[in-house]
Design a binder for this molecule. Structure first.
Ligand SMILES: Cc1cc2nc3c(=O)[nH]c(=O)nc-3n(C[C@H](O)[C@H](O)[C@H](O)COP(=O)(O)OP(=O)(O)OC[C@H]3O[C@@H](n4cnc5c(N)ncnc54)[C@H](O)[C@@H]3O)c2cc1C
Length: 571
């Protein structure tokens, strides 16, 4: 192995957790290195929606949130073992992290997004925070094409960046959506100077906007970022204190010493089938994950376990329904399509392979995934389940990667998708036969749903009965925006898998983001944040941004603790 070099802090992973840990540590005056194994930086975070769930944030859109109402909400929606120290640390530190981010010059504002359990006491619709678009070229022309790009569905025609407003406008074909499309395309092609540099739209949106804006601050503070460099092992001294990392660069190993701390921010283990099999009650397949396939394989978790670290909340992913469509020349990342909002639209229903419903389809995507798991444990006939819809749905909405007919009419659907990925039939009974679901059961489910569409009430699961459901319904459909009769041929079905946005559990940490050993004692010099660590909410996804909010908060907390212990704390 080559000789060693020394930094004050070594951060493993360049996603939201790692970027924030590095930014905050550098702000404290520490010499920081980010180690990233991929050939692009930004992690899943850069490909994401970029939403952060930050209760009690105090921004302009905050209409009177408080620590108390946040704790009330979290008390109502979390179940199972949740460490109060972690939960309270999150509630107290998240607003400080956001304020710090804002003070560095990263613009943020509150979005009107309902919490995912809107009927629980303490729920609000102003806790999700987003970052406006960012000019990627501010990172420099060498660096800006090296940030991970978003997946197909987050870009128009896989090229033109869309912000959240544009995404929803197109998704719902709101008034003026054609003009929105024309503007996006024109803006891109008239940006002549950028077209000479890269195909990449300089207009960073959603997760790219957040990560672009954060990385501008990271680079401005002199943090070094090393890509293609993978964490292999942690180094410890005789007292068990973490003193550095062993990494490899294209297979060549070398050592990096960390004077004051190592922050593991290397994401979850969603791409490690062995760890899935070990931790999950129903393992599912790595390829159903919607995160980049070359990233998060639990290597940091394994490295920390090798020196005695413990884990928590590893039984679940951040679930999201996904579907697969074969895309020539595309990676798994682009073949997997999130269907989170599609499954709750009117003129559709989701059934297990017995033809029976199992969930309020319009619920939050994580709750949808939890219901899939529970139903599979009970019936053995879920994972995948089916999204069944009629011609009215098909005309207006996407179903995973199958775009509405205005974009992709049936005649333009590739021939080899039919009856393999997308099923179509003249009657519900024929459709049932094609997808091997009992026809009488599916017929009965559809008959009941059509009745609920008339009354506007779903007595089984309450679909469309709360503001979260309605947020993604169709306001033109009455009396319930999430329920419409499935009665217009042809009828369609696509298989829905239990995909994920990453994993929920990881290294067990305390409220200072210090990794704990099997006895619950902190391992000196070792910190974890983001999906590498156990999240503070246990098995719950409280609201939009519920993974990036904690990731950035505990990255911030870790850097503060390192700075404090090393006597470098500033501000
Ligand atoms: C399409 C999509 C949209 C999403 N939208 C949102 C949203 O709006 N809000 C929200 O809260 N969540 C969202 N999520 C989930 C969210 O993106 C992730 O939970 C979050 O980004 C995780 O952040 P992280 O920093 O822990 O990990 P990541 O961002 O995944 O970063 C981890 C990094 O570590 C690197 N790494 C892994 N192993 C090693 C190793 N051995 N050595 C060195 N580097 C390593 C990886 O390559 C990666 O770059 C979304 C996810 C997807 C896929």
């Amino acid at each position: 192995m080559e000789g060693s070099e020394t930094f004050d802090v070594v951060v493993i992973g360049s996603g939201a957790a790692g970027a924030m840990a590095a930014l905050r540590a550098a702000e404290h005056g520490l010499k920081v290195l980010i180690v990233e194994k991929a050939h692009k930086f930004g992690g899943t975070s850069a490909t994401s929606g970029g939403v952060m769930w930050i209760p009690n944030h105090g921004l302009d859109g905050d209409k009177g949130d408080s620590r108390e109402s946040t704790l009330e909400y979290l008390g109502n929606v979390t179940s199972g073992p949740v460490n109060p120290e972690r939960l309270h640390a999150y509630v107290d530190e998240a607003p400080k992290m956001l304020q710090f981010l804002k003070n560095t010059g990263v613009p943020v504002f509150a979005a009107a997004w309902p919490d995912y359990f809107p009927e629980a006491g303490g729920a609000r619709a102003d806790r999700s925070v987003i970052c406006p678009t960012f000019d990627g070229r501010q990172l420099g022309d060498q660096r800006y094409p090296l940030m991970r790009e978003q997946y197909n569905r987050f870009k128009l025609f896989n090229r033109y960046a869309m912000d959240l407003t544009e995404t929803f406008s197109l998704m719902m074909q709101q008034k003026g959506w054609r003009m929105t499309v024309a503007k996006m395309i024109t803006r891109y092609w008239t940006d002549f100077s950028t077209r000479r540099v890269s195909h990449r739209d300089r207009r960073f949106t959603q997760g790219a906007a957040l990560m672009g804006a954060v990385y501008k601050q990271v680079f401005d503070r002199g943090v070094e970022l090393r890509m293609n460099t993978r964490l292999e092992r942690l180094s410890i001294d005789d007292a068990g204190r973490v003193t550095g990392v062993e990494v490899s660069f294209f297979g060549k190993p070398y050592h990096i010493a960390a004077r004051h701390g190592v922050v593991l921010a290397a994401g979850g283990f969603e791409w490690n089938q062995e760890l899935r099999d070990r931790f999950y009650p129903v393992p599912g397949l790595t390829r159903h994950s919607s995160t980049p396939e070359d990233g998060n394989r639990g290597e940091a978790l394994i490295a920390a376990e090798q020196i005695g670290a413990s884990v928590e909340h590893t039984e679940e992913g951040w679930w999201i329904p996904t579907m697969t469509l074969p895309m020539p020349k595309a990676s798994n990342f682009h073949e997997i399509h999130q269907a989170a909002f599609d499954v709750g639209r009117p003129w559709s229903v989701c059934v297990n392979r017995n033809g029976v419903r199992f969930v309020d389809e319009a619920t939050g995507y994580d709750s949808f995934g939890q219901a899939m798991v529970q139903d599979h444990i009970k019936t053995g006939a879920n994972m995948p389940c089916w999204l069944v819809f009629d011609a009215k749905f098909r005309a207006k909405f996407s179903a995973g990667g199958l775009m509405p007919t205005v974009h992709t009419p049936d005649r333009r659907v590739p021939g080899d998708w039919w009856d393999k990925y997308v099923f179509r039939a003249g009657t519900i009974a024929e459709l049932a036969e094609k997808i091997h679901v009992p026809a009488d059961a599916l017929g009965e489910t559809v008959r009941k749903m059509n009745g609920y569409a008339v009354t506007g009430v779903d007595p089984e699961f309450g679909r469309g009965g709360n503001i979260y459901d309605q947020f993604f319904g169709d306001p033109t459909v009455k009396p319930n925006p999430n329920l419409g009769p499935i009665d217009t041929a042809p009828f369609y079905a696509v298989a829905i898998n239990n995909g994920d946005l990453g994993t929920k559990g990881g290294l067990r940490c305390d409220g200072r983001a210090r990794v704990l050993d099997q006895k619950g004692q902190p391992i000196a010099g070792l910190y974890a944040a983001g999906n590498c660590s156990g999240n503070p909410f246990g098995n719950c996804y409280p609201g939009a941004g519920g993974t990036i909010g904690p990731a950035m908060t505990f990255g911030y907390v870790a850097a503060n603790d390192i700075a404090e212990r090393s006597g470098n704390q500033r501000g």
